[in-house]
Design a protein around this ligand. Sequence first.
Ligand SMILES: Cc1cc2nc3c(=O)[nH]c(=O)nc-3n(C[C@H](O)[C@H](O)[C@H](O)COP(=O)(O)O)c2cc1C
Ligand code: SF4
Length: 350
Amino acid sequence: MKTLLDTTKIGSMSLKNRFISAAIGDAAETGGHLTETILKKYETLAKGGVGTIITGFTLVDEMEGSYAIPAMYANSFVDEYIKMTDIVHAYKANIILQLVYIGSYVMGDPGNRSILGPSAVANINNGIVPKEMTISEIKDIQTKFAQAAVRAKKAGFDGIEIHAAHGFLLSQFLTPYYNRRSDSYGGPIENRARMILETYSTVRQAVGNEYPIWIKINCTDGIEGGISVDDFRYVCAELSRLGVNAIEVSGNWIDRLQDKTPYFKDEAAMISEDNQVAVVLTGGNRDYTQMEQLLNNTNIGYFGMARPFLSDPNLPIRYEKEHSKRTRCVSCNACLAPENVGSCILNKSV
Ligand SMILES: Cc1cc2nc3c(=O)[nH]c(=O)nc-3n(C[C@H](O)[C@H](O)[C@H](O)COP(=O)(O)O)c2cc1C
Ligand code: SF4
């Protein structure tokens, strides 16, 4: 029988257990620089025994640099991140840098700069209408993901995760609602998937065959005109064929904030049966026994938790030593309120 505490390998990466601390965005200093609070957060998580940590989303392009989140769009950031990876590695945990291009799902004030999207379709969340990207802008963003990934590798990250979920730019390319293009990046799924697949391949070429590349992807967008299950299956099959190391299955988690069950389990199980790729199930994992059953009854091999690690970074140690079965998080969602983003009201240590 497989257990959540097994030591496993995904490609060249060893994982000391099957728990993944899923991304929780960080508030950076102006210019995307890391703070002591951010470094402390990752130290606390690593100390708590989780096998692998995915960082909060990190900008690949200076054009989006006005957002107060961490950035990796210049070589000058590398030294700051070396501190982060050293801290985490001291506790024998892995750390993966999540890379994002935000696009029209704008947070904060974008000022007068142009906002890019697959098509000029108003964002459902904020009404912002992006400019339809040219082919050269598409290629430029792909290159920026690759450059940021090379910097991540230099900074000692154990891998990178391409953020292609949650309505940010890459996931918009997949979504018929946002992607109304008539060129080779729009229309049938083979075209709508092209941005994600080319971004993956550009990153792969830049970092080499051995370096772990993970991807976070929506199995549903939760909007009318969003992706179908077949779209999701197609893009996962192609990513798997191209050699992505792990697929983290997510979706419209914001609509499921009260749900304390793993709501994307069926979709994650489906792609875990379809493909030879490590699958991480994220969203609503709260019960140890249920995760263990999924581990043994499907090919899902890893379990991402975001809010449970915010509320209790020592969760893996508690699982191991105290055999506790539930997480502490009560899904009150106070950690999403602007005044305490990324901080749990039950636990101020992260
Ligand atoms: C405060 C907060 C910040 C988040 N930031 C990110 C992020 O930077 N990148 C990302 O992919 N997901 C982000 N998420 C989503 C989580 O990674 C995860 O998909 C979601 O919370 C569902 O998992 P959970 O039920 O274990 O919390 C965030 C979630 C919360 C609560
Ligand atoms: S603030 Fe609420 S939802 Fe967020 S981690 Fe803490 S208990 Fe969970």
